[in-house]
Design a protein around this ligand. Structure first.
Ligand SMILES: Nc1ncnc2c1ncn2[C@@H]1O[C@H](COP(=O)(O)OP(=O)(O)O)[C@@H](O)[C@H]1O
Ligand SMILES: [Mg+2]
Length: 373
C-alpha cells in the first residue's frame, strides 16, 4: 500500500461505484448532490461513468486526488461549453445555408405609427416578445404564426422584415419556387427538411411569401398541392410546440384561395390585413424617398393628396421615375436640377394607383371575412 498514491485509495473506496451500474435515477441523484446540476435520467446515466473517468484523469494530471465534487463540476462545465459551441457552429451553418439576413432596426421607422397594421403588430407581437416578464405575469402568449394578407405592394414583405429588424432577430425568406427546385414531387419533403432545420434555430423570423402557392385549397388543387398543404399543416404544431423564439410570417395576395383548414383557429395565431395607406403613412414614405433625392421646395401635403390610392410599391416606383427624370434633366441642361412639387405633380399622373375602388372594396370584404387578431 505504501507506494500507492492516496488518490488511488480514494478511488478504491469508490470502487463499488466504479463497478456497479447505478440506476439512471441514482445517477441523477449523485450528480445533483455533487454539482447542483439536475440532468435527465438517461443523460445522467450516460455521463456517470465519464465523470468517474474524468476524476481519475484529472487526479493523474495534477498528481493528487481532486475529489468527486470538483471532478463532476469540471466535467459538466466543459461539456456544457463544448455542446454550446457545437450548437452555435451548427446553427451558423444552417443560417448560412438558408441565406439568413440581419435587418437593421431603422426599417421600423420607415413606417408611420398610423400606418396599418403597425400598431397592431406592435401590440400583439413586438411588445409581448420584448416585455417577456410582463407578458408572462399576465399570461399573454406571443403569437408564433401569423398570416398577412392584402393587395400586392402594400408592404407585407416590408412588415415581415421590419419585425425582424426591430426584434433584432434573424430573417429568412422562403419563396414557394425554392421548394420546387427538385421537382414537384419533392415539395413536401423540402418543406419538411427546411422546417426541421428552422426548429433548431432561435430568434428568427421565417417569412414565406406567395403563401397561396403552398396552401391553395385542396379542393381546387391537384395532388401536389394537397401533399404540400398537408405537410404544412403537419409542420405547424411542431413549430408552435418548440420553445425557441421563432415567428413564422406567411403572406398572400389571394386569401380567398387558401385552404379552409389553414384559416381555422389554432393554425395562424393572427390573420392580419396589410394595406390602405393613411395620409400620415404616405407622407412618411414620401419623405423617406425624398430624402434620397436632390430636392428643392416640396409641399408634402399636396403631394400626399395627389398619391391617394398609391401603395408603398407605387410610391417606390414613382421615385424611380423621378430619380431618372431629374438625372436626365441635369444631363440635358447641364444645370443643377432640383426635384420640386412641380416635378412630382408632373409625374404622379403618369402612374396608375394600384388601389382602385374595386380592389379596395374587395379588400374590405376580405378584412371582414378573414381578419383575426
Ligand atoms: N412604410 C412602408 N410600408 C410598406 N412598404 C414600404 C414602406 N416604405 C417603403 N416601402 C417599400 O414599398 C414596397 C412594398 O412592397 P412589399 O413589401 O414587397 O409589398 P407586398 O409584400 O405586400 O407585395 C417595398 O419595396 C418596400 O420596401
Ligand atoms: Mg412581397
Amino acid at each position: 500500500m505504501e507506494d500507492v498514491p492516496s488518490y488511488y485509495i480514494e478511488v478504491g473506496v469508490m470502487n463499488e461505484n466504479l463497478h456497479d451500474t447505478p440506476s439512471p435515477e441514482e445517477c441523477v441523484a449523485r450528480i445533483f448532490e455533487l454539482s447542483g446540476t439536475k440532468l435527465e435520467p438517461d443523460v445522467a446515466s450516460g455521463l456517470w461513468q465519464q465523470i468517474l473517468n474524468h476524476k481519475w484523469f484529472l487526479s493523474e494530471k495534477v498528481g493528487r486526488d481532486i475529489g468527486m465534487r470538483a471532478a463532476c463540476i469540471d466535467f459538466l462545465e466543459n461539456i456544457q461549453q463544448a455542446t454550446g459551441e457545437y450548437k452555435a457552429y451548427k446553427n451558423r451553418n444552417i443560417l448560412n445555408e438558408m441565406g439568413a439576413q440581419v435587418i437593421g432596426r431603422s426599417i421600423w421607422n420607415t413606417i408611420a405609427d398610423t400606418q396599418p397594421p403597425k400598431q397592431l403588430v406592435k401590440r400583439r407581437i413586438i411588445l409581448p416578445l420584448t416585455r417577456e416578464g410582463l407578458s408572462r405575469k399576465h399570461g399573454v402568449v406571443p403569437p408564433k404564426t401569423i398570416l398577412f394578407f392584402g393587395p400586392p405592394g402594400t408592404g407585407k414583405t416590408h412588415f415581415a422584415r421590419a419585425i425582424a429588424g426591430i426584434l433584432s432577430w434573424w430573417y429568412v425568406e422562403i419563396a414557394p419556387s425554392m421548394l420546387m427546385v427538385d421537382g414537384m414531387e419533392k415539395i413536401g419533403a423540402n418543406l419538411r427538411s427546411i422546417m426541421e432545420k428552422v426548429r433548431i434555430l432561435d430568434e428568427l423570423v421565417l417569412f414565406i411569401d406567395e403563401f397561396e402557392e403552398i396552401a391553395a385549397s385542396r379542393d381546387n388543387g391537384d395532388r401536389i398541392d394537397k401533399s404540400i398543404t398537408n405537410e404544412f399543416l403537419k409542420q405547424l404544431p411542431l413549430l408552435k410546440n418548440q420553445g425557441n423564439k421563432i415567428l413564422l410570417v406567411c403572406a398572400t395576395n389571394y386569401i380567398q384561395q387558401l385552404d379552409e383548414a389553414m384559416l381555422r383557429p389554432g393554425r395562424f395565431d393572427c390573420i392580419i390585413p396589410v394595406g390602405g395607406l393613411d395620409r400620415e403613412g404616405s407622407k412618411t414614405i414620401l419623405q423617406n424617398y425624398l430624402s434620397k433625392l436632390n430636392v428643392g421646395e416640396i409641399d408634402l401635403n399636396q403631394v400626399a393628396e395627389m398619391t391617394t390610392g398609391f401603395t408603398p410599391a407605387d410610391i417606390e416606383y414613382l421615385f424611380q421615375k423621378i430619380a431618372q427624370f431629374a438625372f436626365e434633366q441635369e444631363l440635358a441642361t447641364k444645370q443643377d436640377y432640383r426635384v420640386t412639387t412641380e416635378t412630382l405633380l408632373q409625374i404622379i399622373p403618369t402612374i396608375r394607383p394600384s388601389l382602385t375602388d374595386k380592389t379596395r372594396e374587395k379588400f374590405e370584404k376580405d378584412i371582414v371575412a378573414y381578419s383575426r387578431f
